[in-house]
Design a protein around this ligand. Sequence first.
Ligand SMILES: *Cc1c(COP(=O)(O)O)cnc(C)c1O
Length: 465
Amino acid sequence: MKYISTRGLAPALSFEDVVLTGLAPDGGLYVPETLPQFSKEEIASWAGLSYQELAFKVMQPFVAGAVSDAEFKKIIADAYASFRHDAIAPLVQTGHNEWILELFQGPTLAFKDFALQFLGHLLDHLLKKRNQKVVVMGATSGDTGSAAIEGCRRCDNIDIFILHPHNRVSNVQRRQMTTVLAPNVFNIALEGNFDDCQNMVKASFGDQSFLPEGRQLVAVNSINWARIMAQIVYYFYAGLALGAPHRPVAFSVPTGNFGDIFAGYLAKKMGLPIDQLVIATNSNDILHRCISSNDHSKHQLQHTLSPSMDIMVSSNFERMLFDLYNRDGAAIRQLMDDFKSGAMVLHESALVKARELFTSYGVSDDVTVDVIREVFDRTEYLLDPHTAIGVEAARQTRRRQDIPMVCLATAHPAKFPEAVRKAGQGEDPALPHHMSDLFEREERYSVLAQELAKVQQFIASHVRP
Ligand SMILES: *Cc1c(COP(=O)(O)O)cnc(C)c1O
């Protein structure tokens, strides 16, 4: 299968090359040229498969030719061996036809483990085969960094450098990164904010001449296609558990960069009968404004109780726009050019299509806290703030009560104790057993000034030979 850029001017790439690249040279994001289609009969025949078996069925068409079936099965088995729950993505019921899909059973307690455990093992496999070493560089405001580090810590052919804003990530989030003492893991605490971190990463991708001879940077943020691909699987897994393909299902997705919900849209296109997809946002609601009133304009960043969704612009939305504009690369170039001014207006036909596919809703911090409290009072089930936003958005926009509504639980509540505390649930939620000593572990990180040359020099001198 070939992968093409949303802006239409970059050469098509193979799966292997697309995993090892960041943005396309024309500034676009890569998407598959065609999508695999599964018939109702085929999907029905997958009922009862384990998560790993299902992952193989769903993803195999995307990687065919690049990775052999036996090797691919091994990559999947290794990726999900680190999850605590046998179901990998278990379902819990919180109301009539209302379900929580727990995507936080991986090593860092957030759904990003699904993609990054997989990506780490996949990269390691591809690099070994090519006899190549790479440098992973990324910026994080919290969850992505720890998931990427956990995904890469055992990869011989990767050195990973993660920048986080010094003193501006939560203690749990920082410790999840800095207590990984593997020889290929480097945490940089930058004296700046998240945007400063991200700008350093962008600049470094743009000019990689600071790296030692023969090394290149690989992106592990959600523009990496393999991450999106791995996230398609759990939509099928939850759907099958709730009666698909014989009956439809609906999903509500706490959304930041639009990676997770884009995977849901792809699952639908591949044959899963999804009746409704809910875009749930916090008060950083550019996507909700776009869908509800065609207002896709940058607002100032708000710091909320659901920090992993604190974004001004959703980078993966461009992949969606590409389809909404019938895969017209020139139209996307124009749109993105317009957006440089801070706002874009969708064409009427694109907006109509978007509204058929998605409903949307924005949830304030106050309501988030109310939902955590209310769900706990009735069910004794504790939601994390991101998940609570998904639950509220589902309740507010749900079209049909007779169709199971699956709310994606993107993080474990112990990761975001502030919101839980505000909800008045007494003590902080306990960390799962394997992390209970997190606050006693040794930390390792380097504080660096906000100077590109310093950061690049640090990387160049720490890359292992
Ligand atoms: C990253 C993240 C999100 C947002 O996911 P996107 O794919 O960026 O939309 C939501 N919740 C949590 C806990 C996250 O870590």
